[in-house]
Ligand binder design. Sequence first.
Ligand code: NAD
Length: 317
Amino acid sequence: MVTDSKKRKVTIVGAGSVGSTFAYALAQSGLADEIAVTDMNENFAKGQALDLVQGQPFLPQVNIHAGSKADYRDSDIVLITAGAKQQSGETRIDLLKRNAQIITVIAREVAESGCKGVMLLVSNPVDVLTSIALKASGWERGRVIGSGTVLDTARFRYALSRECRVDARNIHGYILGEHGDSEFAAWSMTSVAGQPIDEYCAADTCRSGSPFDKQKVIEEVRNSAYHIIDYKGSTYYAVGLALTRIAGAMLRNENSILSVSTALEGEYGLHKVCLSVPCIVDRDGVTRIIQSNLSDDEQNLLEASASRLTEALKSLE
Ligand code: NAD
């Protein structure tokens, strides 16, 4: 939990492309007072921390240093990007077995440290690994969350902003379900200027000119990571910003509504599965799950996503 009097501390586990890009974005944001950068390769973490901290004259005051497990204890957020990364052509579920063991060990160590903060999972497949970390930690569900579809939602808003030719910040909507192949757009919750997206696009004010292809938009969002990985090996800039948004919601106790991955215990008729639905995020992590009125099709897609994730979890037993 972030207390008002205390310095805001974030520990990053895994200082690779995503961890270091997040550290870079977080340092510039001024949201944290201390950033500890850790990695199984200690020299790599030292190098990343040194490279970052030498930007101090250009940054808000922030203590960036290479860290260790000792940093977990007084962290407000332990953000976990450790693990193997998705190879070209490899699905996120393929990564599961490689990363499940790594995350179990780290989650236990964070819990045993006496940390009172929030664990934020990023490593893929993030929803399944969030379930694994939750179980390994023994913590309450709101304190072990995954970055979920916050990145995918940003991709969705960007795609719609191009279709409608309005600022992405004025597009409201969510990608829900798995962060991966079964994710879907909750069109029933998508709006521009307070108008449902279909109504907005049907009116003369919409600058898109012609009705856009919803299927094309969702496919573009779903396949983004595959394209970026094919082009350059991994994705890290947009996710670094998405993680800064989630961290900020906790560090500033914002009560932001974000599509993070959280364990459902009856919400949307689903049990014992972590996936993304709109949640209120504050200093204690997820403190409320919003029960939106999904259309029948969307509810079916959410259930299909949940089944897929439940099967992936079972494959580990
Ligand atoms: P990377 O290979 O660049 O970095 C991973 C780092 O983890 C490496 O530096 C490695 O040494 C370290 N590591 C491995 N095992 C460790 C352990 N046991 N303890 C501490 N550190 C350990 O990979 P990346 O590109 O930074 O991606 C990291 C993860 O984030 C991947 O699983 C990737 O699929 C995922 N990712 C998630 C999202 C999302 O939206 N959730 C987006 C992009 C990437």
